[in-house]
Design a protein around this ligand. Structure first.
Ligand SMILES: C[S@@+](CC[C@H](N)C(=O)[O-])C[C@H]1O[C@@H](n2cnc3c(N)ncnc32)[C@H](O)[C@@H]1O
Length: 230
């Protein structure tokens, strides 16, 4: 059952550990990371289009945004995927979809967001089933602990949403703590996935993404966090 805003929330994220993560210095820390050379992924002209922007980071083979583009022709949807095989499939799918409001890029979403996306341009950012980086030594790669995180907030317009989905409850709980406590985002939905007015589950005949299908087909629960920029 999803638990919505104003309902009791017992955090399973460890605030002490997360605060320590944010203070810790590493080569991936904020300003230093941002000064490293970043190749342009998205051309500036894209952002002069008038439609509200929905961005998907790590889109895999693009199944989700290919359908979402048809459901929401009035939005501009941009899918970004880094891995060669998945990205090639995604770009092919985008071409086959022939939706004028759907763009697909093979590339790294980190420079794309940090460097290319203007502030307050995105209405929604989707992070569907990201790699959870479960080992302690890899924690800094979790999107909410990565230097990209303040930029995910920066690119959001007021009222804009970040929609996170994962098979890992700890990931969603930690993301909630960071979104709420560090970035002041408002929690709209947090819990096990179920159709609601933000996640479009009711418009899909089955799972929305390839990874969602993989997890649900073997009976694994999936979780989501939907946060809003005030
Ligand atoms: C577990 S898969 C999920 C794919 C898809 N969202 C789904 O639910 O089926 C995570 C994806 O994020 C992509 N990814 C990870 N880091 C990325 C980055 N920096 N830029 C673009 N894609 C990235 C990976 O290549 C991988 O395809």
């Amino acid at each position: 059952m999803p638990y919505f805003e104003n309902m009791a929330y017992t955090p399973t994220a460890n605030p002490t550990r997360l605060q320590w993560d944010l203070k810790r210095k590493s080569p991936k820390d904020g300003a230093r990371f941002e000064q490293t050379a970043m190749k342009r992924v998205l051309a500036p002209e894209i952002f002069t289009r008038p439609e509200p922007l929905w961005l998907e980071i790590g889109s895999g083979s693009g199944t989700f945004f290919a359908k979402m583009a048809r459901l929401y022709p009035e939005k501009l949807l941009i899918a970004i995927e880094r891995a060669k095989v998945r990205a090639t499939r995604m770009v092919d799918k985008v071409q086959r979809t022939q939706a004028p409001n759907l763009l697909g890029f093979r590339g790294n979403a980190i420079p794309a967001v940090i460097r290319d996306v203007p502030s307050e341009r995105a209405e929604r950012v989707y992070i569907m089933y990201p790699c959870p980086w479960p080992k302690n030594s890899q924690r800094k790669n979790r999107w909410y602990l990565h230097p990209i995180m303040p930029h995910l907030v920066r690119v959001l317009q007021t009222g804009g949403l970040i929609i996170w989905t994962s098979d890992q409850k700890f990931y969603i709980d930690e993301a909630r703590w960071i979104c709420e406590q560090v970035h002041g985002l408002k929690v709209l939905v947090h819990g096990e996935i179920a159709p609601n007015s933000y996640n479009d589950m009711d418009k899909f005949e089955g799972p929305r993404t390839t990874f969602e299908k993989n997890f649900l087909s073997v009976g694994l629960p999936c979780y989501e966090l939907i946060v809003q920029k005030a």
